[in-house]
Design a protein around this ligand. Structure first.
Ligand SMILES: [Zn+2]
Length: 167
């Protein structure tokens, strides 16, 4: 059964991708981040995995690509082609709900809005505290532990936290 073999291979590829961690936020897999655009077999019989970079200035992009390649090769899947999908661009809306939950339990506030929101162009986003969910938070510095995170502090409970802003 051709379809059965294809489905089995796709499941294996997706399971493998779900084990590749984001280098900046290792609690998230690249599947949680929503950057895996497609896993498919084309008419030429070859499997292709499409990845979208989270942010062009993110140094993590190359690290993610090579981590996926290494994982594929380790499973003997050297014939799988990795493709970069630049359009449409990734937005934080692609973070899965599981990924958002993982961010919160890791003490990072998930992005509230996507880059498509016009309000974001005019003012800083409203950021909820990952501990008490208060919206009275203040930005302490533009850059947190990595360029993709800003450092915030909750005015309600005093909790310092990173806000994931790599849009
Ligand atoms: Zn708080």
């Amino acid at each position: 059964m051709e379809g059965g073999v294809g489905a089995e291979r796709e499941g294996r590829l997706r399971a493998l991708l779900a084990r590749v961690a984001d280098p900046e936020i290792p609690v998230l897999s690249i599947v949680d981040l929503g950057i895996v655009r497609h896993v498919r077999q084309d008419a030429d019989g070859r499997w292709r995995v499409g990845l979208t970079p989270t942010y062009s200035a993110c140094p993590a992009t190359e690290a993610i690509r090579s981590a996926v390649r290494t994982a594929l090769d380790a499973e003997g899947l050297t014939d799988v082609i990795l493709e970069e999908v630049l359009s449409p661009p990734w937005t934080s809306a692609w973070l899965t709900s599981e990924g958002r939950q993982k961010l919160r339990s890791f003490g990072i506030a998930p992005p509230e809005e996507t880059v498509a929101s016009p309000r974001r162009l005019w003012q800083a986003p409203l950021v909820s505290c990952p501990r008490c969910e208060s919206r009275s938070t203040e930005r302490v510095s533009e850059f947190g532990s990595t360029p993709c995170k800003a450092h915030y502090r909750c005015s309600a409970c005093g909790e310092p936290f990173d806000y994931f802003k790599c849009l």
